[in-house]
Ligand binder design. Sequence first.
Ligand code: ATP
Ligand code: MG
Length: 227
Amino acid sequence: MTEHALLISKLRCTLGDRVLFDGLDLAIAPGESAVILGPSGSGKSTLLSCVLGLIAPDAGAISVAGNAVTEANRSQIARIRAGEIGMVFQFGELLPELSPVENVALAALLAGHRGEVVYERARAFLNELGVPESETVATLSGGERQRTAVARALINEPALLLADEPTGALDTANRDRVAQMLFAIPRTHACGLLVVTHDLAVAERADVVYTIQDGALVRARSPRGQR
Ligand SMILES: Nc1ncnc2c1ncn2[C@@H]1O[C@H](COP(=O)(O)OP(=O)(O)OP(=O)(O)O)[C@@H](O)[C@H]1O
Ligand SMILES: [Mg+2]
């Protein structure tokens, strides 16, 4: 296991004439969860795009489990993204005609895994996260869909799990269930977790909470009182 699930140093990123990040640092260890809180337009999704290698920053270094995203070429970035990173989106982005098992298994098949074992693993992950068997995800509740999206992000055992506003589309009860499940994952799966959100109730569950101020991260507080 590498020392850091995610390590960002001196990141600088401009979009158009706006400086979004300047001297931004962040370290997340395996087993640790971090939340970045920020208002709309503060650059939360852009930061995740930088980590995923979808946006090339102007300066600075990003590495995921020891793999330098900012040094990698396109095919290396694709390999890091497929092998080391799991991503959960606000609206799940599942394929509605497929079953939960097929949605989760597809992520493993796309990563090159084959055979019935893929489906068995998909079933095990869904079972762990409390998603019922169903013929299509279209009939699942919003919370069940988001838990399916988390299972899909985990199936390839990523070193780093990213989530962009993962509870933004959910009601309070589902938000709490999904958040509770999500923040337990770093310990059970030994990965790092980075959640960006503007939901304070979600941030409360993180080991460390940051806000974006003047292009850098400022530690807001340690809700669990760990440090
Ligand atoms: N491709 C782009 N070119 C220029 N500006 C962009 C581009 N993508 C995003 N922006 C701008 O960068 C800023 C940060 O956007 P971003 O989507 O990262 O914010 P956010 O914190 O995720 O907001 P939200 O909470 O609404 O999702 C915004 O002002 C946005 O308009
Ligand atoms: Mg966003």
